[in-house]
Design a protein. Structure first.
Length: 188
């Protein structure tokens, strides 16, 4: 391959990237989760999902795990499977529902794998140890390369920040309604 061929291929790549529709071009991850529109979409989906999982006649409070799972599922669905962590969350929820169905139809004992004890435990360097821990914290990123892990972690952190904002606003709204309701019932 000579210099003219490499220049032509670079020009073709640049031209083809310009012609790609907006849907296929990757969005900057930092900006995607920080827009007001994305925040509103997530908040409305979260409130709808929480309404579906709650029973209107039930006086018992929501289970914390149920709220967390619902919020994570809505967050992953809002990401539309564009990231590895969102696909991992959605796949985990699907696998859990399949496992519940299987348990209802069949009750079988699962044999535990015997633990293999290694006599020599190799201690990883500090940076590799921290990268491994970060890979465990971000769903679906245990075996990811370092640059990809950083990109996924950045996107996941931005998404979690948006989730915290939405849930804080929802908690404040509900706390305000509780105070208003308590004030009305005490006045009567």
């Amino acid at each position: 391959m000579d210099a003219d061929d490499s220049n032509n291929s670079k020009t073709l790549l640049q031209h083809s990237n310009k012609c790609l529709p907006k849907i296929l071009t990757p969005e900057p991850t930092q900006h995607r989760w920080k827009t007001e529109i994305q925040q509103q979409i997530y908040s409305s989906r979260l409130t709808q999902a929480l309404r579906r999982v709650t029973h209107p006649r039930s006086s018992s409070p929501l289970n914390g795990n149920l709220v967390r799972r619902t919020a994570d599922s809505v967050l992953a669905a809002t990401a539309k499977g564009r990231t590895r962590w969102s696909r991992a969350i959605l796949a985990t929820r699907f696998r859990q529902s399949l496992a519940r169905r299987r348990r209802r139809t069949k009750k079988k004992l699962l044999a535990r794998k015997p633990e293999l004890k290694t006599e020599k435990v190799r201690k990883l360097p500090a940076v590799q140890r921290k990268v491994k821990i970060l890979g465990r914290l971000v769903p679906g990123c245990r075996k990811l390369s370092f640059p990809n892990l950083l990109e996924e972690a950045t996107d996941y952190i931005s998404a979690l920040e948006m989730q915290v904002k939405a849930m804080t606003a929802l908690a404040e709204l509900l706390a305000g309604n509780q105070r208003n309701f308590a004030g009305i019932s005490n006045d009567s």
